[in-house]
Design a protein around this ligand. Sequence first.
Ligand code: UDP
Ligand code: GLC
Length: 432
Amino acid sequence: MATATAHARILFVDQSGELGGGELALLPVAVHYRERSAVVLLQDGPFRTRLEAAGVKVHLLADARVSGVRKTGALMGILRAGWPVFRQVRALAELARDYDLIYLNTQKAFVLGTLARIFVRKPVVWFLHDILSRDHFGRLQLRIVRTLAPFSDVTIVNSEAVADSLRTLTGRPDAPLELAYNGIDPTPFDLTVNTQRRALRAAIGVPTDAWCIGLFSRLAHWKGQHVLLEAVSQLLLGEHGALERRAFGGAGDRGNRSTERPARLPEIHVVFVGAALFGEDDYAARLRDVVARHGLQPRVHFVGFQDDIPAWMAAMDVIVHTSVAPEPFGRVVVEGMLAGKPVIAARAGGVTEIIEDHVTGLLTPPGDAPALSRALALLRRDPESAREFAQRGREVARRRFSETAYLEVVDTAIERALERAAAKTQVFPEQV
Ligand code: UDP
Ligand code: GLC
């Protein structure tokens, strides 16, 4: 770890109290710096509890009017939040006086933190976790980020895909950015035991010998849970004929071209691990409704948000990632690899920097249910290949996505921002 930053007092800012990927990515960094630093959250939630349990000091600056502004929100919504935003900016600036550096971890944090510098001159590190495109943001939000981007002293991105989106948005193809792939500790994935697998399966009604497909993600349309439902329906139709055809609203057993005998096949089950964290409750309700309408409850399980991801992953036979918009990074993909499972992921965004197709996993076009169905069928048909992908995936994930490497990049970025600020102080001492 670089020495210049060892004693740095850092004020981390994150807009969410939920345990999203951006927040889970901040956790080890905040823990690493916890002695002289603090995290500001703009919303309360389980993330605060998790930080505090890890010994991290948390300041809550919550205001529902500011949290209510969505990343695709319209101008009116933003204007209505004008005064509360101003108050939060002032409060943030006040807090920041006691710190050496502000580390902004989400879009709203970036906007508020950058504005806070009008009142307090502190170096800023911006960790950009999102692909800045119309798939993910409203026009206005993109314009705001484009305007403020140059005010970040050092910007960290979680993938090349995110870097490209920022360079395209700002029109600065050479903008220097630090690349920090999420680092994930493999230890909890190594410690899972078979009894846990059996217990978790039993708890949700999945037989021990069932072929179990796990999708680990918050329920949100862009995460594409519906694609897996569609893919699995195709898979089941092909193999089980009448039963599954009826289950999906079809008629009779014609068209079952499978040569395998259904009675001999282990059942296919699907487990959705995750909850609608950021206001996508309608989508979650629609998914459940489709499952219920087709009588699929015995095969499709919604287990909600879970803390023990390594244990749940260990209970699966294959892990699937289905985002229909480019995934900025995709922690779940790395976690699936660390769990030693074959992973099928959507070929877009940061995921293409994680998985090498047919080497460390399988990639399918985003939103392409038939292709996903074929990839699933391939892994079932060919357990030897599935095992090879899983094994290589695990090795590569351990090597390329270590927490140490991740913290080193973040540390260097912080050091660089502090050095730049120090250099400016020497040149223009009266202005800082
Ligand atoms: N996750 C979790 N519990 C759940 C579902 C997901 O802890 O029930 C975690 C998952 O293990 C991963 C993170 O949430 O670390 C999601 O991060 P990812 O980068 O995959 O997607 P994001 O939600 O940040 O877009
Ligand atoms: C964001 C992205 C996700 C990424 C995570 C951590 O939540 O949506 O793809 O893995 O940040 O960087």
